[in-house]
Write a protein that binds this ligand. Structure first.
Ligand SMILES: Nc1ncnc2c1ncn2[C@@H]1O[C@H](COP(=O)(O)OP(=O)(O)OP(=O)(O)O)[C@@H](O)[C@H]1O
Ligand SMILES: [Mg+2]
Length: 475
């Protein structure tokens, strides 16, 4: 067995057959045939990848051979050869399914290039077919779609834990779907007065967070002119979703621990304990265990929160989900943009599969949206997707090996530098800022995150206002 692709050369003139064979045999496994019968023999027995055939084969008709070849269970890619002046027939052959044609006298370099292109197209077509089959075997609950085996146990855990009162901690990188999971846990909880109340812990200062969670009595601090009901009370009978739980300050951690343990809260400035019936779901993209080790997060609270932990794996470790998600976003975003894309073009999916997605599902969604917006033809091809996806190894998202820190060779099958998530996120944010002309609201929208989260990330990255000065004076 050889790994070379197979090419069948069909021509009734011996010198053409020999010339082509000589020029192609270094790169391909070549077979030759002088007529249609011999050609069909090879096609049936030799797993031919590309057939190069003259349109006129003495007594035989190249067009008929084309049709017979294409009717085979595993048809080859067909390239037609035609005399100068009979291009019309060649075009007709393409209409019937030929890949392309070349005119005689032959330019052998051109033929070789065309054969290579034909093989690449056939490869993509096969890959695409396989990926499309994956889409058909998707599974989903509550809008969480997936195919890869990694997601299945997660969906099962959600179903199992949702109807209970257990506190759930959802961990995972940014954009992996933590909020979606939190909502699923709530929606499937079957709690009678169910509502879900969200608190973005990172966005609020310590004092505001405390009064946001537990409420305050009138006059309890300067500015507290009215009594205020906190989110715990608002969520009574339902779910409280504490997003970015790793960000809460030490004092609020203590209060939260008490609220979780005793199911009672006290408003700021109040003295009366208030009974609440709240199911808590928390999410974080931080390594909470490490924060506990470093003394930045209370260990007792950590254990209280993680009665059930759901870890959302990064998209790069469950690439089998990409076709399903891409298909879903394509339909959703086409409808939203008033376009009618039904499927991705054949070179687009392989492109998506080859990329590492540091921004996870959120980044994939943004890439598909880019494609939907950029394509005016009937299909979204690789060229309509963001350019950085096609750079070798997703160049835009990788740190050079010298900056990669301690690299774990076993971690990566390739010899690429290890992926640095923060670096990658920074690139993503920079690109969004660039595309939006440094408009943060627009950039946040492109990134499918709130403007507040974007602000916070910019702050974390030390990118606040140092990067590209704003034109408007800050308020
Ligand atoms: N499995 C999935 N199926 C369908 N859509 C998904 C899936 N995972 C994520 N998404 C979509 O990707 C986007 C990001 O998801 P989400 O906001 O839940 O991420 P996150 O983990 O909370 O991110 P962050 O840490 O940045 O807040 C959303 O538009 C969400 O609907
Ligand atoms: Mg989130």
């Amino acid at each position: 067995m050889t790994d070379l692709a197979t090419v069948l050369i069909v021509d009734d003139e011996k010198h053409t057959r020999d010339g082509l064979r000589l020029s192609l045999e270094d790169d391909f496994d070549c077979y030759v045939a002088g007529n249609a019968v011999e050609a069909m023999e090879h096609l049936k027995n030799d797993q031919i990848d590309v057939m190069l055939t003259d349109l006129r084969l003495g007594e035989d008709d190249g067009m008929k051979l084309l049709e017979q070849a294409l009717a085979l269970p595993k048809p080859p890619v067909c390239i037609m050869m035609t005399a100068y002046g009979s291009v019309d027939t060649a075009v007709e052959a393409m209409r019937r399914g030929a890949y392309h044609f070349v005119t005689k006298p032959l330019n052998l370099d051109e033929v070789e290039l065309l054969v290579k292109r034909a093989l690449r197209s056939r490869h993509l077509e096969h890959e695409n077919k396989a990926l499309k089959q994956q889409v058909e075997q998707k599974f989903s609950i509550e809008g969480i779609l997936g195919k890869a085996d990694a997601l299945k146990p997660i969906l099962e855990t959600i179903q199992q834990v949702a109807p209970t009162r257990a506190t759930v901690l959802i961990e995972g990188e940014s954009g992996t779907g933590k909020e979606l999971v939190a909502r699923a846990v709530h929606n499937l909880s079957g709690r009678p007065k169910a509502k879900i109340v969200t608190v973005h812990c990172a966005a609020l200062s310590a004092q505001i967070l405390e009064s946001e969670l537990f409420g305050h009595e009138k006059g309890s601090f300067t500015g507290a002119q009215e009594r205020r009901i906190g989110r715990f009370e608002l969520a009574d009978g339902g779910t409280l979703f504490l997003d970015e739980i790793g960000e809460i300050d030490a004092a609020t951690q203590v209060k939260l621990l008490r609220a979780l343990g005793e199911q009672t809260i006290e408003r700021v400035g109040g003295s009366k304990p208030i009974k609440v019936d709240v199911r808590v779901v928390a999410a974080t993209n931080k390594d909470l265990a490490k924060m506990v080790e470093e003394g930045k997060f209370r260990e007792d609270l950590y254990w209280r929160l993680r009665v059930v932990t759901i870890h959302m794996p990064p998209l790069r470790t469950r690439k089998g989900d990409i076709p399903v998600l891409a298909d879903h976003f394509l339909k959703e975003l086409s409808a939203a943009n008033g376009k009618a894309f039904k499927a991705l073009g054949e070179d687009a999916l392989p492109q998506l599969m080859n990329y590492d997605w540091p921004g996870n599902v959120r980044e994939l969604r943004a890439a598909i949206e880019h494609g939907v917006v950029m394509s005016n033809s009937g299909r979204i091809m690789a060229k309509h997707l963001p350019a950085y996806l096609s750079q070798p190894g997703g160049l835009g998202w990788r740190v050079p090996a010298t900056l990669g820190g301690k690299s774990a060779p076993s971690d990566e099958a390739t010899n690429k530098a290890p992926l640095d998530i923060h670096q990658a996120e920074k690139h993503l944010i920079l690109e969004a800022l660039e595309r939006s002309g440094n408009n943060r609201s627009e950039a946040a929208e492109l990134l499918n995150m709130s403007r507040r989260s974007l602000q916070r990330k910019l702050k974390e990255m030390g990118m606040v206002r140092k990067h590209r000065p704003r034109t408007k004076a800050p308020k």
